[in-house]
Design a protein around this ligand. Structure first.
Ligand SMILES: [Zn+2]
Length: 333
């Protein structure tokens, strides 16, 4: 039974009235899953991340600072407020992602989901931003590498915003191949196609910016014509999805045009990739602010990660051609 990590601490991270990254996101997701009998998945309580897990990515002073700021309900910036419950929520969000990779690499589960808040992909090694406190996916990837025997981790980030945190944390590393499809130009401003990583990690950061209004045809082509061939050459031991749902056409923050079924179509391809490469596939929640679209899309992601026939091939989109022009220096595309 695939695990679905959650925790009531996610409800106690109070971002204040009118903030899009709110506790109702969790309630909407869980109500939808409840109505579908959790799709046969097993809800599990996320543990708190250990100090050791956090310190592989964040410096001790920063971890301490999140605790202090939270106890005083101080904001890191206008977007990133805290409350007394934020510290525990952030520990559980990072811990859920770590527990997910333990299920995948330790217990032999083929897929799973960690659906907690705050999200993590904007958090840099010593900087909270963009609703994010700890870098959940980066911490989970490090845990897989340092404690669970993984040698290569592929992270696909399909949140509408560039995952600047994950990108910068692994910018000089080959141990994590970070791929992000995101609206551009858009907040936070990073993630140009030419940003391919640096030093040893050159070629191992893959940024796939797409213009406002982009929809499913381009996303599926980028997955099929860039992500899949690169992944086959990289041969990851673990595939993680930074699963944000703010590229949905109904999202109030994003400007892209994916449908609920688009997330299922991408998930289906990642499941097939995982089967082909014998690598489990775990999803970690990032953004997504239209409650109905968020809840439906999470459920459809989970369904597609466990079942469904293979998807037909899609036509090569011009954006995939442009990306191949730059990334062809590093990968056979
Ligand atoms: Zn986002």
């Amino acid at each position: 039974m695939p695990p679905f990590f959650r925790h009531p601490a996610s409800l106690e991270h109070d971002t204040g009235h009118g903030h899009p990254e709110r506790a109702d996101r969790m309630r909407a997701i869980e109500a939808e899953l409840e109505s579908r009998e959790w799709l046969g998945w097993g809800p599990r309580e996320a543990p708190a991340a250990s100090e050791e897990q956090l310190l592989r990515v964040h410096p001790a002073e920063y971890v301490e600072r999140v605790r202090d700021m939270s106890s005083r309900s101080e904001a890191f910036d206008m977007d990133t407020p805290t409350s007394p419950g934020s510290h525990e929520a952030a520990l559980r969000a990072a811990g859920g992602a770590c527990a997910l990779v333990e299920s995948l690499l330790g217990d032999g589960e083929r897929t799973g989901f960690s659906a907690l808040r705050p999200p993590g992909h904007h958090a840099e090694w010593a900087r909270a931003m963009g609703f994010c406190l700890f870098a959940n996916v980066a911490i989970a990837a490090r845990h897989a590498l340092d404690s669970l025997g993984a040698e290569r981790v592929l992270v696909l980030d399909w949140d509408v915003h560039h995952g600047n945190g994950t990108n910068t944390i692994f910018h000089g590393s080959r141990e994590v191949l970070f791929v992000s499809i995101h609206q551009f130009p858009f907040w936070p401003g990073t993630g140009a196609l030419e940003d391919v990583g640096e030093g040893e990690g050159e070629g191992y950061s893959i940024n796939l910016p797409v213009p406002q209004g982009t929809g499913e045809a381009a996303f599926l082509s980028l997955v099929e014509h860039i992500v899949l061939p690169v992944a086959r050459q990289y041969r990851p031991d673990l595939i993680l999805i930074s699963a944000g749902y703010d590229a949905h056409r109904n999202d109030p923050l994003g400007g892209l045009a994916l449908d609920t079924a688009s997330f299922a179509a991408m998930s289906n391809r990642m499941r097939a990739l995982g089967q082909e490469l014998d690598a489990p596939v775990g999803a970690v929640l990032e953004g997504g602010y239209d409650l109905t679209s968020l809840a439906d899309s999470v459920a459809e992601t989970m369904a597609a990660l466990t079942r469904g026939p293979p998807q037909p091939e899609v036509a090569r989109h011009p954006l995939a051609g442009a990306a191949a022009g730059v990334l062809g220096r590093y990968w056979d595309l």
